[in-house]
Each structure stands twice: as C-alpha cells, then as structure tokens.
Design a protein around this ligand. Structure first.
Ligand code: ARG
Length: 399
C-alpha cells in the first residue's frame, strides 16, 4: 500500500533501479537526446548506487528494485504481450513488418533476457530485420529500439502522493516509455494494487508531468514545479484531483523552461520540519501561484516570488529556514546547483542522504544541524540527478 504524506516523514519503503547495461548504451554523440552530460562508467555507477542503497538500509529503509518488480509483473504472459504492444507503439519503429518481427522477438525471449532488452533496447546491428523496408532504410539510426538509460531516476516516471499513484507523462521523447514499466508494475505488485491510479501516460491529456516536479509538503499541501517537463494543464488537473481527496492547496512554482532548472527537486527540497535547501538564484525571481479548491474547480492566485514567505504560508508557520545551495557563490554556487547539491533525499526530519561532492552545501547543512549521510556520485551524476531523483518513496511514516 502506497502511503506518502510528506517529504520528510521517516522513510520506510522505497523503489530504486540499480543501473544496468542500459548505461553502456549511452552514446557520446547523442548525449543531449539521451539526457546525459557525459558517458557514465557502469561498474563504478553500480558501486556508487550500492553504497546509496546501503545507506538507506542502514537507516531502516526497505528497498524494492524496479527491475525485480517488472520481471515479476512480466511473468504473466498476457500482461507481457500487452506491454510489448504498448512499448513498441512508443518506440517509433519505422515499419510494420519490422515492428511485428520485434514483437515476436520480445515475446519469445526468456524472462531475464526480456527485462534486459527492455532496458538496453536493440541496436540496428544486433537484429535481423529480414526483408522489411524498415530494416534496410534509415541505416544511420543507431537503435531500432532505444534503451532506457535514465531509468535509475525512478522519481520521475511515476508519482506517489498520499495513497494515490500518478503515471507520469514524460516531457522528453527519450523517457516516454519509462512510465509503461510502472503501469504494469502497478497492476501486478501487492504494494500498489489497492491504490487509485491516474494514468497520465496513456491518457490523451496533452500535458506533461514528472515526479521530480512534485514536492509533498504535508497531507494538505503540495508544491509542483511548472517547468519544461510539467505543464500548467497537468498541475491544474492534479490539483483538482487532490482537492477532491481533501488537500487544501497546491503551489505552482514557475521555473525557467530549460535544463538548468529541469525539475523543482533540483531547486527546492525539504530537509526538516521547517527547513529547505533552495536555489538562491531563483527565490525572488520566479513567481509562485497558489491553487485552492473553488466551487467551479480550481482558483488561482499569485503569491509573489519570495520563497521563504510562500513556504511559511504553505506550512502554516511564521517562518522557515532556507539553506542556499552553494551559498550563492558566483561560480561554485552554480556548480553545486548543477551537480545536484539541492537534490537530497530526506530519510527523516533533519536527516538526509546526498552526494559528497557539494562541499559548500554540505557545510551549510552541518551548520544548520542537519545530519547528512553521503556517497560518491562521480558517475551517477553524469545523468544529472541526485539522491532524490534516484528514489521513489512508497511508504513514509506519518509525522
Ligand atoms: N527528478 C529529477 N531531478 N530527475 C533528474 C533526471 C535526469 C535525467 N537525465 C533527465 O534529464 O530526465
């Protein structure tokens, strides 16, 4: 049963994906499209990820691996062939003959190889496409089926709020198939079966939303980044549904639409009952809008750009503590923002896990009395996500 009513309640259960051979598919000439900054070294990335997982376990968190849950869901043959249909529909296969051959190939693989091939995709050179037109044209395409190298960022492809699950509608083509894995996991896994699901990924709603943009302040209030990945229409839709469940407000943070401010969770994370890490270059410069329930749907009201005021109001407190990532330093400050200094995963109020590389921010966290567990992220950070992006909370204890 999913139960996530805050960003900071003691974390009990989480879903991760241990990076696999899909990272070896990241091509240096296609970094932008594949959403990587550089080519990650798989073995080192796995070791870093294992250290991250070890810290979670030491702190009492049960870990479920996405790849295991997906394999479990795919044991059911009709589910598997339904998945293959949807997966290939979204893989832009250039001809029907080739698509049919690929469907046959995927359906015929032993389960472990099947799962591996979903993550790693299929290179053109690896597949005998027969005499279909699709197999002999577009020869400069590298992949027939693109890999899923961003799938270790489990935060983004679905969203768990209270006992609701949202399947994301990803903003970038390279990631649009990731929520499908979650869709089939949700249908099969005990953890999810009883939870209401909003399926943004199959819905014809033309608006994107990703989990990295959604911050749950409490069982009444949620903040959502309005970014290049998450559009106003999706925020309004989610807000209207949350209001039906008793939520009282959704704050929309309007970000610049670009890779610099990719998701809200790179700009703002909650680390204690009254404390946040934030991007000091944005507060005061980007507008926040408050959505509240209204008889005819959702009411919207601008609430300025001072994040400390906005967050204090959102929590019903007189003030909050804001810790500036990189302390606003004109070069290092930007490095630390870029390298996920603000993207920490909070394990309990005042206890966070994050990369060890953002020294200015680590020092400020220490001075603020926040306990920090660190791990190296030299390879993992090449995908430009940190501890929060790499984790999907399933259960957090109530505060
Ligand atoms: N929640 C996050 N901040 N996720 C970061 C995802 C990074 C990934 N390479 C992407 O561009 O989509």
């Amino acid at each position: 049963m999913v139960q996530v009513n805050s960003e900071i309640g003691p974390l009990k259960k989480v879903m991760l994906h241990r990076p696999g051979n899909e990272l070896k598919r990241v091509h240096p000439f296609h970094l932008q499209e594949m959403l990587f900054e550089d080519t990650p070294l798989l073995e080192k990335a796995q070791a870093e990820h294992d250290t991250f997982a070890g810290i979670l376990r030491e702190n009492g968190v049960e870990i479920l691996y996405q790849e295991d849950m997906f394999a479990q869901a795919m044991k059911n043959e009709s589910e598997r062939s339904a998945f293959v249909e949807e997966f290939l529909d979204r893989s832009a296969i250039p001809s029907i003959g080739l698509r049919d051959r690929l469907a046959e190939y995927y359906n015929g693989l032993p389960l472990d190889e099947f799962v591996e091939r979903v993550y790693t995709g299929v290179l053109k050179s690896e597949f005998d496409g027969g005499d279909s037109l699709g197999a002999v044209t577009y020869l400069d395409d590298l992949f027939l089926v693109n890999p899923l190298p961003n799938s270790y960022f489990t935060r983004d492809s679905s969203i768990n709020i209270a006992d609701d699950v949202i399947l994301s509608h990803m903003g970038k083509p390279y990631r649009q198939r990731e929520p499908l894995l979650m869709k089939y996991i949700h249908r099969a896994a005990d953890e999810y079966r009883d939870n209401p699901t909003q399926d943004f990924c199959s819905m014809e709603l033309p608006y994107g939303i990703e989990g990295g943009d959604v911050l749950i302040l409490s069982d009444k209030v949620v903040c959502i980044g309005c970014t290049e990945r998450t559009q106003p229409g999706a925020i309004e839709f989610v807000a209207a549904n949350l209001f039906k469940k008793g939520f009282e407000a959704v704050y929309a943070f309007e970000m610049e639409r670009g890779r610099n401010a990719m998701h809200l969770d790179g700009m703002l994370t909650m680390v204690d009952r009254d404390a946040f890490l934030f991007n000091p270059f944005l507060s005061g410069n980007v507008n926040v809008y408050k959505l509240t329930p209204a008889s005819d749907g959702v009411r919207m009201q601008p609430v300025g750009s001072d994040w400390s005021k906005v967050l204090a109001d959102a929590l019903g407190e007189s003030s909050v503590r804001l810790i500036p990532v990189g302390n606003g330093d004109e070069i290092q400050g930007f490095w630390e923002m870029w390298n996920l200094g603000g993207n920490v995963l909070t394990l309990a109020p005042g206890l966070v896990v994050c990369y060890d590389r953002n020294k200015i921010t680590l020092d400020l966290l220490d001075k603020a009395g926040i306990e920090v567990r660190t791990f190296e992220g030299a390879e993992l950070s090449r995908g430009r996500g940190g501890a929060r992006c790499m984790s999907m909370p399933i259960i957090r204890e109530a505060l």
